[in-house]
Design a protein around this ligand. Structure first.
Ligand code: GLN
Length: 451
């Protein structure tokens, strides 16, 4: 049914870069046979899933939506993909994203944008617009995303889906094509909070192949999603993540959602995180710095694209220059230049060093806020889905989309976006909840009450 749905609508939505129907059907048949034999299977066995194309899949192309990796077929599976396969989830294919997960609209994909199923003239968010659109358009019930600054939560918000960024270290990064290694986390995208909890439990937990993987088990997220009320839970509305600069319809939806949570027993307080004013600036130094280092491996020598200069000597440096010039899009180049500059001798302390200090201030703000509240809440994004082209020529306007999601990545804490109804423009709004590190279960308890 899902493959048929993809055949019907993906020409218009373009959520997928690659569909592997045969493999998905083979897995589904295998699960059916095992079930018929009475084998005990994972609750998600046989439930199809779409995987963001920045997560490597053995035998299935993985491009990061870049010309640099066009046609590359990984020889191994990411740990999370191994876990999906072991539990019997048919992998439908790979979803579109902004090139190397840099962006908020999927307009930076080298293979054309994904469209928002709610309004095909609008962006589905980014970078994981393909995963969120696939779920929202009923092409897949579940998807995997990655969130470095909001790329699971922001697309979920603008497509009316649920998306979670787990605690840093809670889900293995082994086999993710790294954007910024100190910020990246993979997580679930789904239509319901319970589905995300199930998927999060499946992919989460320790992995010895990821040196930053936490030793702790991921927690009982499914039980938390079934708690049903919020008695004894203090919700902290973050003063800096709302109000001015937020679309009135988004703010109204947030306020209405808050009232529902209050009716479910939550106590609502206001908290202040003054250092968030510098979060975006710090993020856009730390991310390009780490990205410029991570992307240095795409050199035309080992795998992926190789372009040789049309004339002149064939030196390694000239092959790298020609390959990277042809293989990377504008946004990727912009960030490599920014990051290389920020890390260069003489500028390191002023830029990267200061950004790391801001990161500490943000962590302290969160620590203080979590003394007053169990869960912090805000709108996920300042606006609903915008139109194609609206922010494409203005990187600063594009970057501002992530103003509410980025602090969680800088602090390594978990966050969820849950639909909170529609804005007055008829488009979905996301409600964000944030919890202390390792307390991902709290997100599902709050999120489930909003459904
Ligand atoms: N939109 C943000 C950026 O462009 C977030 C990216 C992400 O989470 N992968 O960096």
């Amino acid at each position: 049914a899902h493959l048929e749905r993809i055949a019907q609508v993906d020409g218009a939505v373009h959520a997928f870069l690659h569909v592997n129907g045969e493999e998905a059907l083979a897995t589904a048949r295998d699960v059916d046979e095992r079930r018929a034999r009475g084998e005990e299977l994972h609750p998600l066995a046989g439930v199809p899933i779409a995987v963001k194309d920045v997560v490597v899949t053995k035998g299935q192309p993985t491009t990061a939506a870049s010309r640099m990796l066009e046609g590359w077929v990984p020889p191994y599976d990411a740990t999370i993909v191994e876990r999906l396969r072991a539990a019997g989830l048919p992998i439908l294919g790979k979803t579109n994203l902004d090139e190397f997960a840099m962006g908020s609209s999927t307009e930076h994909s080298a293979f054309g944008p994904t469209r928002n199923p709610w309004d095909l003239e609008r962006i589905p968010g980014g970078s994981g617009g393909g995963s969120a659109a696939a779920v929202s358009a009923f092409e897949a019930p579940l998807a995997i995303g990655t969130d470095t600054g909001g790329s699971i939560r922001q697309p979920a918000a603008v497509t009316g889906s649920v998306g979670t960024k787990p605690t840093y270290g809670g889900v293995s990064r082994y086999g993710l094509i790294a954007l910024a290694s100190s910020l990246d986390q993979a997580g679930p995208v789904s239509r319901t909070v319970l589905d995300s909890a199930l998927l999060h439990e499946l992919i989460g937990g320790h992995d010895p192949r990821d040196s930053t993987s936490l030793p702790d088990p991921v927690g009982d997220l499914v039980a938390a999603a079934g708690a049903g009320d919020l008695r004894g839970v203090r919700l902290g509305v973050v003063r800096e993540l709302g109000g001015e600069g937020y679309q009135p319809g988004v703010q109204a939806s947030f306020t209405a959602a808050l009232e529902l949570l209050r009716q479910a027993g939550a106590e609502v307080v206001e908290v202040s995180c003054p250092s968030f004013a510098y979060a975006l600036a710090a993020y856009y130094l730390i991310l390009p710095a780490e990205a410029s280092s991570n992307l240095a491996k795409f050199d035309g020598m080992r795998y992926g694209l190789r372009v040789e200069p049309s004339e002149g000597p064939l030196t390694a440096e000239r092959v790298m220059g020609a390959t990277r010039g042809a293989g990377f899009g504008d946004e990727v180049k912009r960030r490599i230049i920014l990051g290389t500059h920020a890390l260069s001798a003489g500028y390191f302390d002023a830029y990267y060093g200061s950004a790391q200090q801001v990161r500490t201030l943000i962590q302290r703000d969160f620590a203080a806020a979590f003394e007053q509240a169990d869960v912090l809440v805000s709108p996920t994004t300042p606006t609903t889905a915008f139109r194609f082209g609206e922010k494409l020529d203005d990187p600063m306007a594009m970057y501002l989309n992530d103003v509410a999601t980025i602090p969680a990545n800088l602090a390594g804490i978990p966050g969820i976006s849950v639909p909170s109804g529609l804005s007055d423009d008829g488009l979905p709004v996301g409600f964000q909840a944030l919890a202390p590190a390792r307390e991902d279960a709290r997100l599902y308890r709050v999120g489930a009450v909003l459904e």
